[in-house]
Design a binder for this molecule. Structure first.
Ligand code: GLA
Length: 737
């Protein structure tokens, strides 16, 4: 049950939500933006408009007097004809003439799968409590529109931000009948764009190659980005942007869709014969089905819709702003993050306390403030084949008590972080030997392993209780300051021993209800601990995780040029403060690229910073660079994490350059980071045009030895003159005079 606090009745219109009684049109007005839909003469919620702010004077489309061949025809009292395959709607239902992607499929007790969903009432709430059991924006004026079809009540929720050009949508289905209702699809939103040459941008990739920016034109047919992996996935992030051919990073209309959810998802853009593009999505409908018993309700995840006429960078800033304002835990969002030393790339699984001490002591007093002990400290864990689930310290392997390393770290003035992968279990573990039925598995088959591990069945309360107790126990008894929460595989099997036969198709969603319960109970019990999400890097880099954890390990790919791409792509939807980035060794472990320490730092300094390399192999000169880097990072941290982000040169394009910029909220400071991807002889001249500066303010850029007005920097630009060599970077700081 969602705990919505009722504030006022619909008669009273609040700031951002306006209902015109006469025309029966709703106007949702977020910053500079209007989202409009109305109750048409058939009682159907007709989508009218989403885009730049317009007047409260819109009208419904007019429909023809007679139906076309083949169309199912609905008539209103004025004998106007409606073909639901043509009418843009807020929620699309099948078997009534609408032959395109449905938003919802309900099956009533007698097998009837047609639902009419007619407007019944609406309410406006000034305050929005969270969706129970699911992450969502934490506040914002909210409209709830109730529709009905027979015994099913369907409530569409719209949360409107006044400060950001954002509308958040979700849906709840309530079974008010006496018999069971089955939900075979429950998307969170639908809206339609007019017949123009829309293109979709999306983030596709794989573990280690996350968030690669792709583009496709939306021609006739269905274009879907999705994950059926039971995890939001690096394969396709739950994000889609839509723009016109002329939409650039800084100009033109750009829409964004992002699902606040960490499991299987889909976002669909479908161009129908009339040329309209219907956009919809939410929970992935593949093999999804949910039984709703009498009186029960089902809440979908929330989807965030953004609009900007300042291009894709403008759209991204709307997401960054709303996520920092209303999603990411407030107590961390405006605070400096720990600067980390992690040993994983240096040692992998094989280490002792002495080895770890030697890594830490090299950097002690150089500005790094947190040591993170990664995988391998618990159970029997020499490699990935064993130990997951056994969350007790392996003193024999470590060569002493964990506390001695923690005390040592503290004595150096540093804090201590610990790695967990709570959702997983190895067959070779004490936990599995004691509770083999706790793993997700079918009754008949050998459950498939990934990274030699199985997934714990988080639909089970006893499993969650065990994890809460053990993880919280270790955090508390060792006074842990930081937790890296990993998840190194997708779901498989699609069966839970804990669910009855007629609820098996609920597993993938129930898993996330369980996981969010776990996140909540562990985070709430440790309010001062910083949690970092991780999933073999960025395989679960999503807004669902960011509701609980302020940052996520962006990728296991730490090669600077590859990371530049991944961070560039990730910034389409997620703020820089969410992207954990580390300086690692050169040549890179995976890519074998040789890069300078300063280039690796320049790219890592775009998000919460860490170092992850064998510090005992660093030279004195390299070690001496660390405090200087951290001092520079601290100078810029607030600007990068709370200011505006601009993407200036795409590493996915053919410019051979990557450039991104941060501008402080007060526009007094800015930083442009440039990387040259490849050294070319006699390359054409490159210019960088910063954005977002105050045109009237004079900025000095020491790296260029030049002082100019903001308008000059933005229009005249500058040549970055990056040093010779592949993957070389240069950073430019703009300081208001
Ligand atoms: C994942 C993470 C890595 C590291 C390993 C440990 O791959 O992304 O950073 O923590 O697990 O097994």
């Amino acid at each position: 049950m969602m705990n919505w606090k009722k504030f006022v009745e619909s008669e009273e219109n609040l700031m951002s939500i306006y209902f015109d009684e006469q025309s029966r049109i709703f106007y949702l007005e977020s910053k500079d933006t209007t989202y409009a839909f109305g109750v048409n003469p058939l009682g159907i919620l007709e989508h009218l408009y989403f885009g730049k702010r317009v007047g409260r004077d819109l009208a419904f489309r007019t429909y023809s007097e007679k139906g076309g061949a083949h169309s199912v025809v609905l008539w209103d009292e004025d004998k106007k004809h409606y073909d639901l395959a043509v009418v843009p709607q807020e929620i699309h239902t099948p078997y009534r003439g609408d032959y395109y992607e449905p938003s919802i499929i309900l099956e009533f007790a007698n097998g009837n799968r047609r639902s009419d969903l007619i407007y019944e009432s609406h309410e406006i709430f000034a305050e929005k409590p969270q969706l129970e059991g699911l992450p969502s924006l934490r506040h914002g004026e909210t409209l709830a529109v109730t529709l009905r079809s027979k015994t099913a009540k369907v409530i569409l929720y719209y949360t409107v931000s006044e400060t950001c050009a954002i509308i958040a949508r979700s849906m709840k289905v309530v079974n008010e009948g006496e018999e069971d209702l089955r939900i075979d699809r429950a998307y969170s939103f639908a809206f339609s764009l007019p017949n123009r040459q829309w293109q979709a941008m999306y983030l596709a990739g794989a573990a280690g190659a996350e968030a690669h920016v792709r583009k496709t034109s939306l021609d006739r047919g269905v274009f879907t980005i999705d994950s059926k992996r039971g995890i939001s996935s690096a394969s396709m992030n739950p994000f889609m942007a839509i723009g016109l051919p002329e939409t650039s990073e800084n100009r033109g209309p750009a829409y964004g869709v992002n699902i606040i959810y960490s499991g299987s998802h889909s976002i669909t853009a479908e161009r129908i014969p009339s040329g309209l593009v219907r956009v919809s999505g939410g929970l992935n409908a593949f093999d999804f089905s949910w039984k709703l018993e009498q009186g029960e309700s089902f809440q979908t995840p929330e989807v965030v819709l953004a609009y900007s006429e300042d291009g894709y960078s403008g759209m991204s800033r709307e997401f960054h702003n709303i996520y920092r304002e209303a999603l990411i835990p407030k107590r961390f969002v405006h605070k400096p993050r720990p600067v980390i030393i992690n040993h994983w790339e240096a040692t992998r699984f094989i280490y002792t306390l002495d080895r770890l001490r030697s890594i830490v002591e090299q950097v002690a007093g150089r500005g790094i403030d947190t040591f993170v002990l990664d995988d391998g400290w618990f159970g029997v864990r020499e490699d990935e084949t064993s130990g997951l689930g056994d969350w007790f310290v392996n003193e024999e392997k470590l060569g002493g008590p964990l506390q001695s390393l923690i005390d040592y770290t503290h004595s150096l003035g540093m804090r201590f972080g610990l790695w967990f992968e709570p959702e997983m279990i190895n067959r070779n573990s004490e936990l599995y030997r004691a509770h083999p039925d706790w793993a997700i598995q079918t009754p008949d088959d050998y459950a498939e392993e990934a990274r030699r591990q199985l997934v714990l069945d988080l639909t089970r309360e006893d499993v969650r209780d065990y994890l809460v107790e053990t993880v919280n126990g270790i955090i508390r008894s060792h006074k842990i300051d930081y937790v890296k929460w990993d998840c190194n595989r997708d779901l498989s099997e699609g069966y839970s021993l804990a669910l009855p036969k007629d609820r098996q198709k609920e597993l993938f969603h129930r898993y996330y209800l369980g996981l969010y319960d776990l996140f909540r109970r562990i985070v709430e019990a440790n309010p001062d601990v910083i949690f970092e999400g991780c999933s073999s890097g960025g395989s679960r880099f999503d807004a669902g995780v960011l509701y609980y954890f302020p940052q996520i390990w962006t990728s296991d790919q730490t090669d600077a040029p590859a990371r530049a791409k991944i961070q560039y792509g990730t910034s389409f939807c997620y703020p820089m403060s969410a992207m954990s980035c580390h300086v690692t060794a050169s040549p890179n472990r995976r890519a074998k690229h040789l890069t300078t320490l300063h280039s690796r730092y320049d790219i890592a300094a775009m998000g919460p910073l860490g170092y992850e390399l064998d510090t005992t192999k660093m030279t004195e000169e390299e070690l001496a660079e660390i405090p200087l880097q951290i001092a520079a990072f601290k100078e810029d941290e607030e600007m990068v994490f709370t200011g505006d982000t601009y993407r200036l040169h795409s590493p996915f394009g053919d410019s051979n350059y990557f450039a991104m910029q941060s501008v402080s909220a007060d526009k007094k400071k800015s930083r442009v980071t440039v990387m040259k991807l490849q050294e070319n002889f006699n390359e054409p001249e490159i210019r960088v045009y910063p954005q977002g500066l105050d045109p009237d303010t004079v900025y000095e850029v020491a790296e260029l030895g030049r002082t100019m007005e903001g308008r000059s920097w933005m229009n005249f630009g500058f040549r970055p003159k990056v040093a010779a060599g592949d993957y070389e970077t240069k950073v430019f700081r703009f300081i208001a005079k």
